[in-house]
Ligand binder design. Structure first.
Ligand code: SF4
Length: 240
């Protein structure tokens, strides 16, 4: 049974952490929730500061990497490079093989359902035995993320912690330059935000997430909306 954080406690924590550096938030999270704590990362350029901070503040926190089977090979190589350089512990989370096979190329017909099968369901399973989950999302990334709090109680129990909630894209780059950290190899080709290869295109000069599901009104995979919600009409058990 995951920890339950009352709305009053969450409000007090958010007042305490607003304007406070992410290192202090990570230190609090590790002390409060380890060993029932993990971080998630997609190992793209904007993931680098949080991964570096974790390596400095709480290196024993495992990093969950959601391998949908659709990643760019460059992302997998960048993941391995960062893991080795920062000394991180990575746990690869994969969708149920049988279910994923049933839904091959689903991204062409129904990307919401594809994300649910390949991302949301496996992440729900991975988070089941945890009390808290560290994410690198920021308010400035999309209008949907503008209300992100540092500490967010989840409806099903457990807590999501967003240490970079108040950071801007400029803060990310300032940190990367100050610590001389690498960027994802596809950034040079215009990929500002990188997810699964079939759903990511370059976005030269645009907003950070313009290249995700380009040409559609989809901007989120479901991991960060309504706490891992289920698309309407989808059978949760069968994923159909
Ligand atoms: S990002 Fe695209 S390929 Fe990846 S799970 Fe979502 S719809 Fe499927």
């Amino acid at each position: 049974m995951p920890v339950i954080l009352s709305p009053d406690e969450a409000r007090a924590l958010n007042a305490r952490f607003e304007g406070v550096g992410p290192d202090a938030v990570l230190a609090w999270a590790a002390e409060r929730f380890m060993p029932r704590l993990a971080a998630t990362s997609s190992f793209q350029t904007q993931s680098v500061p949080l991964l570096h901070l974790i390596s400095q503040v709480c290196p024993h926190v495992p990093i969950l990497f959601l391998d949908t089977g659709y990643h760019f090979p460059e992302t997998l190589a960048f993941r391995d490079e960062l893991v080795a350089r920062f000394g991180l512990t990575v746990q690869v989370v994969r969708p149920d093989a049988e279910r994923a096979a049933q839904h091959e190329s689903l991204y062409r017909r129904d990307p919401d359902r594809c994300c649910y099968v390949h991302k949301v369901l496996p992440m729900q399973r991975a988070l089941h035995d945890l009390d808290a989950w560290i994410s690198g999302i920021r308010r400035d990334q999309t209008p949907q993320r503008a209300g992100t709090q540092v500490v967010e109680p989840l409806p099903q129990g457990g807590v999501k912690i967003n240490p970079l909630a108040s950071w801007t894209r400029e803060d990310v780059w300032r940190y990367i330059h100050r610590h001389d950290l690498p960027a994802h190899p596809l950034l040079a080709q215009g990929y500002l935000s990188i997810g699964c290869a079939p759903c990511t295109v370059p976005a030269f000069g645009g907003d950070e997430r313009d290249g995700r599901w380009a040409g559609t009104d989809k901007s989120e995979c479901g991991l960060h909306t309504d706490a891992l919600h289920q698309p309407s009409g989808l059978d949760e058990e069968r994923g159909t």
